[in-house]
Write a protein that binds this ligand. Sequence first.
Ligand SMILES: Nc1ncnc2c1ncn2[C@@H]1O[C@H](COP(=O)(O)OP(=O)(O)O)[C@@H](O)[C@H]1O
Ligand SMILES: Cc1ncc(COP(=O)(O)O)c(N)n1
Length: 323
Amino acid sequence: MRPPTALTIAGTDPSGGAGAQADLKAFTALGVYGTSVLTALVAQNTHGVSRVYDIDTDFVADQFDAVLDDMALDASKTGMLASAALVELTAARAERLGFLVVDTVMVATSGHRLLAEEAVEAMRHALLPVAGLITPNLPEAALLLGDDVEAARTAAEMEDQARALLARGPAAVLLKGGHGAEARVADVLALSPRLAGGAEPALVRFDHPRIDTPHTHGTGCTLSAAITAQMARRLLPGDAGGPGAGAAEALEPAVREGLDFLARALASGARWSLPLDPEGAHGPVDHTVDIAAQAPIEPARAPVEPAQVPNEAAQAPVEGASR
Ligand SMILES: Nc1ncnc2c1ncn2[C@@H]1O[C@H](COP(=O)(O)OP(=O)(O)O)[C@@H](O)[C@H]1O
Ligand SMILES: Cc1ncc(COP(=O)(O)O)c(N)n1
């Protein structure tokens, strides 16, 4: 039996909250066999990015070969692609990646660029047309639409931008509203007429209560990985090759479940205190939220008084002794 498989094409986060590490955790938490192609080594943690170490394009190509020559993929996702050359390399492999989710990562929360400025154009012309789903946040959506387009502020503007992005070629767009300010976070899913099975694009609106937490590092990575995992689980072999009938039926429930998984992971991560220095830190979400619920860690045990500690010597039966 072959398990559902997924690939992340992404940069690293040694502190484990974002990038390839977050993606692999989300794949595993959702029961999908995860593989990875690393695009950049990033020294970062909950306080930000300190340095990016580029990986040669031909070595990234070798990593693609290592995975693709060995395994069939049901779904893949992109995260940090770093350069125009890596955007184009990924687009050239699209046919073999299964259902392709493009998380249009551009700038880290800390302000560090994760995609070169000149690579945005490569993303527009090479990657959007081969994507099954793109998941821009509000500033990324505006930038993909044009250098002088402003981020959407209202629900109507979000719907217009989601439709405009569909016209750039992806089969579907999930425009994420996490960067807004309302008490509820709204996301808009736009499905192309081909996926929706009609003459017009179909729009679905999701919303969640906004969780009051600084721990939002890796939310975009985790969401796109969770949707990718849900697609890998839902697509039958043969459906994955393109956004066909299987993908059309799978996508809306996959997005809904991906968003619900992220909401649970955010709510649980909001209770964590991981960074040694909480001042200014953006901690991670809890990728283990569903797994941990099955194997809870005991709440801190009450301290044991010395008198309660069993004294092994005293309790061990003494050979031949009678009481
Ligand atoms: N404070 C929050 N409370 C609840 N959900 C959130 C919060 N912040 C982000 N999200 C969810 O995380 C998703 C990704 O967040 P967003 O900040 O828009 O993207 P990115 O992480 O790519 O910048 C959003 O679609 C939203 O559902
Ligand atoms: C390697 C890498 N990829 C992506 C992000 C963005 O993270 P977020 O999901 O918070 O936008 C990041 N900080 N590092």
